[in-house]
Design a protein. Structure first.
Lengths: 329, 329
DNA sequence: ATCACAGATGTAACCGTTTACATTGCTTTC
DNA sequence: GAAAGCAATGTAAACGGTTACATCTGTGAT
C-alpha cells in the first residue's frame, strides 16, 4: 500500500500539501493539486484510516450497543443505523449488553481506546455516570428509549403513552369491555409509559379493576403466563393489550392452548410493530414504532454531533401508528 | 489519558520496558516489572488501541459481513460471533451486504484501511478474487455457506444434503406420499444441496415427478407463491419440504388461506431452525442448523488464524437435527 | 585476565497521518 | 523602497504505541 509520502514524492511536493489536497483543508494551487491527484491516482493511494485515527482521535466508527440482537426488535434498529452510517462512510460496531450495566461499561471502556466517534445506546441500564463521562470527554452519544428528562444528550423514543391509548381505544371501538394489560418491566420507561396510557383510557370504563394489569418481562413466555394469571382472575376479559409484541404473541399462544378464539372471544393488541406480528395466526394488531427510522435518525443525530454540529440534548418523540389486523377484527 | 511515556517516567524506566511488561513479550526483572505495574495502576493507564493498531496493523476488530441482519437467520449467527469475539477481547463490525458483490468489495476496501484483524463472510456473492486478495495480504477470512471446494480459506457450513434427506424421510414416515419441494435460489450452495438431498430420497417414490419442485427466493412471499403454483399442478400433494423456514412459513400461510389443514391434509417441514418456527400456527417442523454455534465456531477459527495459528483451509460441515413439531404431526 | 554470552534495559526509528509554525516570493501601500 | 500582507508550500512535531538494535553488567569458561 502506498503511503502519503510516496504520493508526495511522486508529485514532487511535501506530505502536508498532499494532506491538504485530500482533505481540502487549505488552499492549494490548482496546478499543484492536479499533480497530487494524478499521483494519487497512479499509486492507487488510499489514506490509512488508523493513522488518521491516531492523529485525529476518530476512527470513523460508531458503536451501537443494544441489549440483544436476538430480540426481534433490534435487527431493524441496527439496520437503520448501519444504512445511515454507511451512507456517510462510517462503520458500525455492534455490542450486545444483555441489559447489564457492567457489559455496557466494559464496551465504553474498550471502545474509547479504539477512538470510536460516538455511541448509540439502546439501553435502559446505562449509568448516568457513564453518559456523563463520555460527554465530558467530548464523545457524542445518543440514547434510545431512555428515561432521564435531565437528558445530558439526545434521546429518541416513541410516543409510548399515546400509542398505548391508541391501542386501548381501538380495542374499545372493536367492542371490548373488559380490557386487560400485560405490562413490561417497570424499570423500562417504555413499559411505564404504556402502562400509564392504558390506565388513562381504561380507568374510565365501568367495571375496571387494577387487577386487570399483570406484569410480564417483555418476552413470549411471560406473555403466556400473564394470560394464565389473567384468566383465573378474570375469566370474562374480552381484550388484551400487551406491553409489547412478544408478550402479545405469548398471549396468543396461551389463548389458543385454552381453546379461546382470537379475535372472536378475546381481542389482542401488541406494541412495537416487529415483523413477527405478520406471521402469527391470527395476524397481530399492533402499535408500530418506526423502528428502522429510529435507527436511522439516531445515526443521523449522532453523526451531526460528531461533525461538531448541535449539542442540543433534545428529546425526540416519534409518532406511532396502530396497525389493525386480524387479532382485533 | 495517560500514555506509555507517562508510565515510563513515573516508573523510572524506558517505554520499551513498559511495553515489555504489558505485553509479556520479553523478560523483565521482576522488581522492575513491579515498579511498572505500580505506575500503571497509579495512572490508571490503558494502552491506546489505535496506536497499537497502527504499529501492529491489527485493531482488535473482526468484521462480520452478512446479507441482511433483518433476515431472521442472521441475528443468531451474529450473536454467536459477538459472544466469542467478546470473550477474546475483540469487537465486531457488522456489515449488511444485501448479497451485493459490490457492497462486499466496498466493505473489504474500507475495512482493510481500518486494519481489521479478519473477516467473516456469510455470503454467496463474495468474489473469489476478493478472497484471494485478502489472503495474499495475510488477512484471515472465514466463509459461511460458501461453495468453492477449491477453498482457499476455512469454510463452515451445515450438512445441508443430509438435512434435506432427514426432512423428506420424516415426511415419508409421517405418511406423506406426494412430497413437493420449494427450493431456494440455485446460486446458493445451500439451496442446491438441499434440493439434491430431496431428489435423492424422493426420486425413488412412485408417482414422483420433477414438477413437484418449484423455485422460491428464500423469503416468505415466495413460499406462499410456491404453494400456489404447486396446488394448481398437484392438488393432491400431502407433504411440502421448503428449502428454508421462511418459505415454509409462507407455505403455511398459503395453505391456511386456501383452507387446507396442516398437518391433517398437508404436512410441512422447513429448514434452518430459526426461532420463528416456534411461533407459527401450527408450530413448524424444521431441520435445525446450530446457527449460534456456527457463528461462535467461525469466530474461533478466525481468531485462531489471526493469532498465527492454523492455515488449514478446512471445510467444516456441521450436523443438523430434525425438530419434529406440529406441522408434521 | 580475557572472551563470550546471557540478562536487563535503553535508544530511537517506525507505523502513516494531521497540523502548528516557518518560510518563500510577490504584491500592495504609504 | 521598506514594511506589511498574502498565497502557497515546506518542515517537523505531534498522535501513542512496538520493536530492532545497541548498550551495559555480571558470570563462567578458558
Amino acid at each position: 500500500m502506498a503511503t502519503i509520502r510516496d504520493v508526495a514524492r511522486l508529485a514532487g511536493v511535501s506530505v502536508a500539501t498532499v494532506s491538504r489536497v485530500i482533505n481540502k483543508t487549505d488552499f492549494v494551487n490548482p496546478e499543484t493539486a492536479a499533480q497530487v491527484l494524478k499521483a494519487i491516482e497512479q499509486l492507487q493511494y488510499e489514506p490509512n484510516a488508523v493513522a488518521r485515527g491516531l492523529a485525529g482521535k476518530k476512527m470513523g466508527i460508531i458503536a451501537l450497543i443494544l441489549p440483544d440482537i436476538l430480540n426481534p426488535f433490534f435487527p431493524a434498529l441496527a439496520r437503520g443505523v448501519e444504512d445511515e452510517a454507511q451512507k456517510k462512510g462510517l462503520t458500525v460496531i455492534l455490542g450486545n449488553s444483555d441489559d447489564l450495566g457492567l457489559k455496557e461499561s466494559t464496551y465504553i471502556k474498550d471502545l474509547k481506546k479504539k477512538y470510536v466517534d460516538g455511541f448509540i445506546f439502546a439501553s435502559n441500564t446505562i449509568r448516568e455516570e457513564d453518559v456523563e463521562s463520555l460527554r465530558k470527554e467530548g464523545i457524542p452519544i445518543v440514547l434510545l428509549d431512555r428515561g432521564l428528562n435531565t437528558a445530558s444528550c439526545p434521546v429518541i423514543r416513541s410516543n409510548n403513552r399515546a400509542g398505548a391509548k391508541l391501542a386501548v381505544q381501538h380495542l374499545i371501538e372493536r367492542g371490548c369491555q373488559k380490557i386487560a394489560h400485560i405490562y413490561g418491566p417497570q424499570e423500562f420507561i417504555t413499559a411505564r409509559e404504556r402502562l400509564l396510557g392504558y390506565e388513562e383510557v381504561v380507568g374510565e370504563l365501568e367495571g375496571y379493576s387494577p387487577s386487570l394489569m399483570v406484569s410480564g418481562k417483555f418476552d413470549i413466555e411471560s406473555g403466556r403466563q400473564g394470560v394464565e394469571h389473567l384468566l383465573t382472575r378474570h375469566p370474562q376479559i374480552d381484550g388484551i393489550f400487551a406491553g409489547n409484541d412478544l408478550m402479545a404473541i405469548g398471549a396468543l399462544k396461551a389463548l389458543r392452548e385454552r381453546g379461546i378464539l382470537v379475535p372472536e372471544q378475546v381481542k389482542v393488541c401488541g406494541f412495537d410493530g416487529i415483523s413477527l406480528t405478520e406471521i402469527t395466526e391470527p395476524e397481530l394488531t399492533t402499535v408500530a414504532q418506526p423502528i428502522y427510522e429510529m435507527g436511522g435518525l439516531a445515526a443521523r443525530i449522532l453523526l451531526n454531533e460528531i461533525e461538531g454540529g448541535g449539542r442540543e440534548n433534545t428529546i425526540i418523540e416519534l409518532d406511532v401508528a396502530l396497525i389493525p389486523r386480524k387479532s382485533t377484527r
